[in-house]
Design a protein around this ligand. Structure first.
Ligand code: 13P
Ligand code: ZN
Ligand code: NA
Length: 273
């Protein structure tokens, strides 16, 4: 099933997909082991920096082959694509979905760039996610003035035809200094204003109860990155303390297992049985 159709179907049932970033074979394997064990579908995301790290064709091939090998229903998505060129390269490499993030641009320019990517993606039957409002990037503070406005969201989706929309409702990328408070009433208003699949970015560090409530109120894609990266590296650092094992195949699986556990828990929150 195309991702855009899956998201639409989930939206009608108050359910969501977990979209998790991966960085290497081990984090990919951990995510897929969790999805397989819980029999849940998943979105695998790559940021531009991870694509640069792995190589585009290696990354796409790895994700595609692993989905098949693990027997998991899943989609490959470009996270925070910064240009039409990058979206094009990913679509050519077989991605099911691309995000075009022109959220820092003025409204009309965001509409123009997003519309161009939507037209391009039609040729590939691919899903397009855009961002309106601004979700603070790593190390930035989320500003209330950058929250997504329902009327603008409606206009934006009407004008661009984007399938999915990343919205700013109080979340931010990375960990939080203080517990975040998602603007749930604002979310409900955006959901009532537009049929687009709504995406929650920055879910690392958001309390479980808030994520569950956000899904009930219309979020259909929940993005997770920092917690995955963090648990993998923290476990690795711990395992390697006073350990001179050089067979990496004996070391990495322990860090991979920590990812399996984390993603298993997140899947339960985002798409409970
Ligand atoms: P976190 O790193 O806060 O989980 O955010 C992930 C994200 O939004 C990826 O697009
Ligand atoms: Zn994001
Ligand atoms: Na976060």
């Amino acid at each position: 099933m195309r991702l855009q159709d899956k998201l639409k179907a989930l939206g009608q049932n108050g359910k969501a997909l977990l979209a998790t970033n991966f960085y290497n074979f081990e984090t990919l394997s951990g995510v897929l082991q969790a999805a397989k064990a819980t029999h849940k579908p998943i979105i695998l995301q790559l940021s531009e920096s991870s694509i640069q790290y792995l190589g585009l064709r290696v990354a796409a091939g790895l994700a595609r082959t692993a989905l098949e090998e693990y027997g998991v229903e899943g989609w490959l998505h470009l996270d925070h694509g910064s240009s039409q060129e990058m979206a094009h390269r990913c679509l050519d490499a077989g991605f099911d979905s691309v995000m075009i993030d022109a959220s820092e641009k003025p409204f009309e320019e965001n509409v123009k760039i997003t519309s161009a990517v939507v037209r391009l993606a039609e040729k590939y039957n691919a899903n397009v996610e855009a961002e309106l409002g601004y979700v603070a990037k790593l190390g930035q503070v989320q500003k209330v003035s950058q929250y997504t406005q329902p009327e603008e969201a409606k206009r934006f989706i009407d004008e661009t035809g984007a399938h999915a929309l990343a919205i700013a409702i109080g979340s931010a990328h990375g960990f939080y200094k203080e517990t975040p408070q998602l603007q749930l009433e604002l979310l409900s208003a955006i959901h009532a204003a537009t049929p687009a699949a709504l995406v929650l970015h920055g879910s690392s560090g958001i309390p479980e109860a808030q994520i569950r409530e956000a899904v009930k109120r219309g979020i259909t894609k929940v993005n997770l990155a920092t917690e995955t990266k963090n648990i993998f590296m923290k476990t690795l650092q711990q395992v390697l303390q006073d350990n001179d094992e050089i067979d990496l195949r004996k070391i990495f699986p322990q860090a991979t297992q920590s990812v399996v556990k984390l993603i298993g828990e997140k899947l339960e929150v985002v798409s409970p049985n």
